[in-house]
Design a binder for this molecule. Structure first.
Ligand code: CAA
Length: 259
């Protein structure tokens, strides 16, 4: 499939989805978002893809929504843009396989929000993250007030959103916005190592765990516990549950089939 603003590579079970609009620091306009959606659909449908890595280039993961595109927009325009953004983001968040944002350079506004849709965020030492929308007279419109707050808590999220300042990778790690910081030239290897580890895990259990976490966080504890219980029990119908427990008892490594 041909893309203009995305580079898409599939290697050894990993889809590498690279934002490719370097002259604008990968700023997101509707064309970029539609290309991204096409890439995500491939990731959904291709059973050979086990893990998805979103990444940019050395200078930018994504420097936010395209301000030039937004500058003259009216209310209708803003609804259409955020409808598209949220549709793509929910598709990423709902992918039934693990997702990793490998962040180098700027991850701002809609870029930070895109990373928030992934299961893991690892950052290069040069990463700068933030929600600068307030400096443009707006607020985050791609889930920043919601996903960021759920991830890092009320205090750090409020500070990031109200002050609109960028933070460096080490602070992002301290507040839990990213899980690990590595030297820039190790970022790809780190993403690959994490993806490889995840590929060793049973795919049905990974999917169930994602669903339990994502559905559970949006509901009451009681409801969340029921969701967990149902998914836990469902896994007893999988071959991988039999294999995982047999392998433990036989003191060998399990060979999971994703069934
Ligand atoms: N939208 C449009 N163009 C952008 C952009 C953005 N978000 N970020 C960078 N660019 C463009 C610049 O205009 C510039 O283009 P030209 O060369 O044609 O002038 C090019 O990318 C390179 O950028 P700079 O020259 O500014 O690079 P820099 O290294 O000096 O600064 C930066 C980098 C600090 C990231 C700065 O570009 C910047 O502040 N960008 C805007 C960041 C921002 O506010 N993002 C949030 C957008 S709002 C949003 O995202 C809302 C939402 O969630 C829906």
């Amino acid at each position: 499939m041909a893309f203009k603003y995305i580079n898409f590579k599939k290697r050894e079970g990993i889809a590498w989805v690279q934002f490719n609009r370097p002259e604008k620091l990968n700023a997101l306009n509707p064309d970029v978002l539609r290309d991204l959606e096409k890439a995500v659909v491939i990731c959904e449908e291709d059973d050979d893809i086990k893990v998805v890595v979103l990444h940019g280039n050395e200078k930018a993961f994504v420097a936010g929504a395209d301000i030039e595109n937004m500058a003259k927009g009216d209310i209708k325009f803003a609804y259409e843009l955020t409808d598209l953004t949220m549709r793509v983001q929910e598709r990423i968040a709902d992918l039934p396989k693990p997702t990793i944002a490998a962040i180098s350079g700027y991850a701002l506004g809609g870029g930070c929000e895109m990373a928030l849709c992934c299961d893991f965020r690892i950052a290069a030492e040069n990463a700068l993250l933030g929600q600068p929308e307030i400096t443009l007279g707006i607020i985050p419109g791609g889930g920043g007030t919601q996903r960021l707050t759920r991830l890092v808590g009320l205090g750090p999220a409020t500070e990031l959103i109200l002050k609109g300042e960028m933070i460096k990778a080490d602070r992002a790690e301290r507040i839990g916005l990213v899980s690990k910081v590595v030297p820039l030239d190790h970022l790809e290897a780190e993403a690959k190592a994490l993806a490889s580890k995840l590929m060793e895990r049973p795919a049905m259990a990974l999917r169930a765990a994602k669903t339990a976490i994502r559905k559970g966080i949006n509901t009451s504890l009681k409801e969340g516990l029921h969701i967990e219980q149902d998914l836990f029990c469902m896994l007893f119908g999988t071959e991988d549950q039999k294999e995982g427990m047999a392998a433990f008892l036989e003191k060998r490594r399990p060979i999971f089939k994703g069934k």
